[in-house]
Design a protein around this ligand. Structure first.
Ligand SMILES: [Zn+2]
Length: 284
């Protein structure tokens, strides 16, 4: 009896804390809140939340995973103009809702001339190779593991100057291409690349057609890091890695103009801005 009462009371308090949190702002919220939501409500933003593990969380009516420590996550794409209804329902039916509308951004346009014709108009063999590569990448990014390392904050994979940003659109030889979704860092071939968050290595392929040495690390619940153009890997598929651990080396493999690290973040197939992910407050 006493147990049930305190349980109910706790639920009510949780619900109230959530209301307070949302009223304060959907931005980074104080860690002392019972339920917190961290991240920027912006195109390319990743949201990281925490609630009671037994609560149900839905985004536009679709249930999203809540880890057994209560963490959940979702993100907004580059050109996302939808509004999202986030709902948290406790086991006794208390329900709190919040509408999130990602803030619009404007992106840079980069003009790159002098790309080889063989890349501009790849031959059928190259097309087939890159399609096979994309299939592997897509499959890896579909993985939904119970890990919750995405909630513990991210660190930059290298200490290089940023030379390319998320969302920028490249115009090769005057032809607009698909936007760039990575954060590019200047680096030398062989420079150590660290895991931005702990996780499991989902994929390592040394020689993809466009992206060369390509590694994907799972941080849990569909959140993954992808590194492109690597010259080497110090881990293999299935390995568990710790945040800050050196996992690979910078390179210029695949179709790269020079050695650099291209780091990407995904929430399943939603392409997230790594620069925004670096600003997320950890929610343990
Ligand atoms: Zn890049």
């Amino acid at each position: 009896m006493r147990n049930t009462l305190s349980h109910t009371l706790r639920k009510t308090l949780i619900a109230l804390a959530l209301v307070t949190s949302f009223a304060a702002s959907a931005q980074v919220l104080a860690a002392q809140e019972k339920i917190a939501l961290s991240g920027e409500v912006k195109q390319g933003g990743l949201m990281v939340g925490k609630t009671l593990p037994q609560n149900t969380v839905t985004l536009n009516g679709k249930e999203i995973t809540v880890s057994n420590s209560g963490n959940f996550t979702f993100g907004f794409s580059r050109d996302d103009i939808q509004s999202y209804q986030l709902a948290v329902t406790s086991v006794n039916g208390d329900r709190v809702e919040k509408t999130l509308t990602p803030q619009k951004r404007s992106y840079n346009i980069q003009r790159i001339e002098g790309i080889k014709k063989s890349i501009m108009q790849p031959n059928p063999k190259a097309v087939a190779r890159s399609q096979a590569d994309n299939k592997k990448i897509k499959t890896a990014r579909k993985v939904s593991s119970p890990l919750n390392y995405f909630a513990h904050g991210f660190v930059a994979p290298i200490e290089g100057t940023i030379t390319g940003v998320y969302g920028s659109q490249r115009v090769y030889n005057g032809v607009p291409k698909r936007p760039h979704f990575g954060l590019d860092y200047a680096g030398k071939t062989g420079d150590p690349v660290k895991a931005p968050a702990s996780g499991t290595v989902l994929l390592w392929v040394p020689d993809m057609f466009y992206s060369g040495g390509t590694m994907i690390i799972d941080h849990g619940q569909g959140v993954s890091s992808t590194f492109l153009h690597l010259s080497n890997s110090y881990v293999k598929q299935g390995d568990e890695v710790k945040q800050g651990q050196v996992v690979a080396a910078v390179g210029k493999s695949g179709r790269a103009t020079g050695p650099h690290l291209d780091w990407r973040i995904n929430w399943f197939n939603v392409k997230i801005d790594p620069a925004l992910v670096l600003k997320i407050n950890p929610l343990h």
